[in-house]
Design a protein around this ligand. Structure first.
Ligand SMILES: Cc1cc2nc3c(=O)[nH]c(=O)nc-3n(C[C@H](O)[C@H](O)[C@H](O)COP(=O)(O)O)c2cc1C
Length: 358
């Protein structure tokens, strides 16, 4: 079957939705010009950052929201439903399109492709009250946006990220993920994060590439040569201080089902596109959210005992800093601000490689 042109245009744009480590956990099955099935997958089997598949569920939501925004250019409205019997590592979504001749383009449409992660230092210029109001109203009312912008907030967040990065760099299960998801020696990457977009200088990148050749090298380097210090300063401490503000997206109710994470993902994508529409840049900093999730659910994520005990400390530190209760769920944590556009970025798989032919 040839794919109807409007569906090609919608999916070509929607591919630009963000996903953890650019894993693009989706395939498309085209039923007809009014019905597309999204086959969502997840990476929980091998990626500790995909806590129970929830990072992928957030990405599925970001994709569905991007489909909705892209469909506005075709004068089509979108409704979606997850098939109730789809669970575990596959989530299947039926997406239906309805013609609506009066529909105008969604204002976020021009930013779908230009929205990009900025992992390097940004300007410290604070956001204006107007910018913060616009961002807070970009998300659904069941999410609250909390900004952390004072010097002491930023230094507390730097400490939180410093501890999270310690787990990230000393846990063998994280090492095997980093080996998979970084494309070394690259400025652009179709299905991973290119080395230049990781956020370290060239010399540190070369050193990281050499050290990450084997876990033996990593643990020797960490133990005897303070190997975690340089990347932690460049990837966590400096970016935490050099940004306009940090933002936490807090759900007002518990995130208990797959659909709760999917709908949170829709708001997260609207938030991120709104950041782009204001001429600002953003970097998600999800590791404290993820390690807190493991600590709260008492789910070990490493064969070593130390990562879990540090995750518990991160959890307590995060709760104190953000003034949240033990049982509160968190949807998204990021930093944002003014910056020049990054030179390096993740690209996307070709549409043809994402289509399931029936
Ligand atoms: C649920 C989710 C979690 C993410 N967590 C992080 C993170 O902790 N740190 C980071 O630098 N980027 C994070 N990202 C950004 C992705 O790595 C990025 O969107 C992807 O590599 C594609 O790049 P692009 O957004 O620049 O197109 C996350 C994205 C999503 C959707």
């Amino acid at each position: 079957m040839t794919i109807p042109d409007p569906i090609v245009r919608i999916l070509t744009l929607a591919r630009w939705a963000p996903s953890g480590d650019n894993c693009q956990p989706w395939k498309f099955e085209i039923i007809n010009e009014k019905h597309v099935v999204v086959h969502g997958t997840d990476t929980r089997e091998w990626c500790l950052y995909d806590f129970d598949g929830h990072a992928s569920h957030i990405a599925h939501g970001a994709l569905i929201e991007t489909i909705r925004i892209a469909a506005s250019a075709e004068k089509l409205t979108v409704s979606w439903k997850r098939r109730g019997d789809s669970a575990g590592t596959t989530a299947i979504y039926d997406i239906h399109f309805q013609p609506e001749p009066e529909l105008s383009d969604d204002p976020l449409l021009p930013f779908i492709e230009s929205r990009v992660v900025q992992r390097r230092m940004m300007k410290t210029t604070p956001l204006t009250e107007e910018q913060k109001r616009t961002l807070a109203s970009a998300v659904a009312p069941d999410l609250e946006v909390v900004f952390f912008e004072t010097g002491s907030d930023k230094s507390n967040i730097a400490k939180l990220l410093w501890r999270s990065a310690y787990v990230r760099l000393t846990c063998p299960e994280a090492y095997s993920v980093h080996r998979e998801v970084i494309e070394w020696n690259a400025r652009l990457s179709i299905d991973r994060i290119p080395e230049e977009a990781v956020g370290v200088d060239r010399l540190t990148a070369r050193l990281m590439r050499w050290v990450m050749h084997s876990w033996k090298r990593v643990s020797f380097f960490n133990k005897f040569l303070f190997g975690t210090i340089l990347p932690r300063i460049q990837l966590d401490v400096l970016p935490a201080i050099f940004c306009g503000t940090h933002a936490l997206l807090k759900p007002k109710a518990r995130l208990s089902s797959t659909d709760d994470y999917v709908t949170a993902g829709m708001s997260i994508q609207r938030f991120w596109l709104t950041v782009a529409s204001q001429g600002l840049y953003l970097q998600p900093q999800m590791t404290p959210v993820i390690f807190r999730w493991y600590a709260r659910h008492e789910k070990p994520f490493s064969a070593l005992p130390e990562p879990m005990s540090v995750a518990k400390e991160i959890s307590d530190r995060f709760e104190k800093l953000a003034n949240i209760d033990k049982q509160d769920d968190l949807a998204f944590f990021c930093r944002l601000g003014e910056s020049s556009p990054p030179r390096s970025r993740s690209l996307r798989k070709a549409l043809g490689d994402l289509i399931i032919r029936s």
